[in-house]
Ligand binder design. Structure first.
Ligand code: ADP
Length: 400
């Protein structure tokens, strides 16, 4: 079964056409800088075709058409049996992936109020896929669905009830597709042992931790929006909310300006005043740049602090699983984040940590033999998880 997985962001669409049985990626690529100056379209496939074009991409509908035109052109004509759409905000409606119909589309639009940068583009691309192939089923896979199991004591913010209810404020979390994939791979690694307490650490440009007990999310560091929690590439993570009102009252900035500043100009970029990319920061700190060194330490220390909060939230930890760009590739960040936790039974094997290579897609165990908590590097694959979810939901529908 070929599933076309579509991941629509605020200014991009990433796509992969995956054969779910063989797990082969038949074609993949992306449209970038949608509705901005000079967009990019990239297409690669198993036959070795590589197309890269610079062109104006006025909106998501237009970008989706370009992708479909390429995949379903006369010469390539890939078959597609289902579409799998990533939708960031599933709110209170969706605790699992779902077959898309008119009702689901209406709910995705209703929830766009809480995640306008993501749900509107996802809705536009869903409409485009249903137009191009009306008979091919579409499934929505929600980033928030995995976190609907978080108990109210951990997902509620201590604000007045009327405000919480009026604005539907709670911890919705994010990165749910990746955290669930990591949990499933980790469970397989331990041969299906169900009771595991897993701390999944998705550390990339965006970053979050998730406490997973008995296979379900019981807490996560991202909150009402992905801004909360860890220091990230350009996001500040958790700060004292009084800083916001203090700066707004004492500057010319608008609420929107400060929101942009917290999301796009803070984190590694803000602290280093150099880059949001961990590799850049690392190499610059090796050259002796003090601000870059400090940025990397603050980024890693925030992981450590939040590990504490997640581990206590689930009452212990059997496995810490690092994933995503930094989690899979940076020995330095893993080391800084776990440094000093030896008395808590969290001990890295330095040699194994320095020599991780998960490019084969397999899990690496980097724990010291004396470590009570197993420390793993688990390469994430959100696209494959989405393709498998799509197949599962369709099988549930038909009773296969
Ligand atoms: P996102 O999907 O949130 O944009 P990724 O998971 O792709 O982010 O992670 C991007 C981050 O991973 C960047 O900061 C990048 O520098 C870092 N990264 C990627 N490869 C390496 C590497 N080999 N060593 C250190 N950091 C890396």
């Amino acid at each position: 079964m070929n599933v076309l997985v579509l991941n629509s962001g605020s200014s991009s669409i990433k796509y992969q056409l995956i054969n779910v049985e063989t797990r082969e990626v038949l074609a993949k690529g992306l449209c970038e800088r949608i509705a901005l100056k000079e967009g990019t379209f990239i297409y690669k496939d198993v036959q070795g075709t590589l197309i890269e074009k610079k062109l104006e991409l006025p909106n998501h509908d237009f970008a989706a058409q370009l992708i479909f035109d390429e995949l379903f052109s006369e010469d390539k004509n890939f078959s597609v049996e289902a579409f799998g759409h990533r939708v960031v905000m599933g709110g209170w409606y969706f605790d699992d992936a779902v077959l898309i119909d008119d009702d689901v589309k209406a709910k995705i639009l209703e929830l766009a109020e809480l995640a306008p940068l993501h749900n509107y583009p996802a809705h536009a691309v869903i409409e485009a896929s249903m137009k191009i192939h009306p008979d091919v089923p579409s499934v929505a896979i929600f980033d928030t669905a995995f976190h609907t199991t978080i108990p109210a004591k951990s997902s509620d913010y201590a604000l007045p009830r009327d405000i919480i209810e009026k604005y539907k404020i709670k911890r919705y979390g994010a990165h749910g597709i990746s955290h669930r994939y990591v949990a499933e791979m980790t469970k397989k690694f331990f041969e299906g042992y169900e009771q595991l307490k897993i701390l999944s650490a998705h550390i990339g440009n965006g970053a979050s931790l998730c406490a997973i007990s008995h296979g379900v999310s019981v807490n996560t560091t991202m909150g009402f929006t992905p801004l909360e929690g860890l220091v990230m590439g350009t996001r500040c993570g958790t700060i004292d909310p009084a800083i916001v009102t203090y700066v707004l009252e004492n500057s010319d900035m608008t609420a929107h300006d400060f929101f942009e500043l917290m999301n796009k100009k803070s984190g590694l970029l803000g602290l280093s005043n150099y880059s949001s990319d961990l590799r850049d920061i690392y190499f610059k700190s090796l050259e002796g740049d003090a601000q870059c060194r400090h940025a990397m330490e603050a980024y890693s220390d925030s992981i450590k602090q939040h590990i504490g909060s997640m581990v206590f939230s689930m009452g212990g930890c059997d496995v810490i699983a690092f994933t995503a760009g930094v989690g899979e590739n940076s020995a330095q960040v893993r080391e800084l984040a776990l440094e000093g936790l030896e008395d808590l039974g969290i001990i890295l094997n330095q040699d194994k940590n320095d020599n991780v290579d998960v490019s084969d897609g397999l899990i690496a165990d980097i724990s010291h033999f004396k470590s009570r908590v197993r420390i793993l590097v688990v390469p994430t694959n959100e696209e494959l998880m989405m393709a498998m979810d799509t197949k599962r939901i369709l099988a549930e529908q038909t009773g296969d």
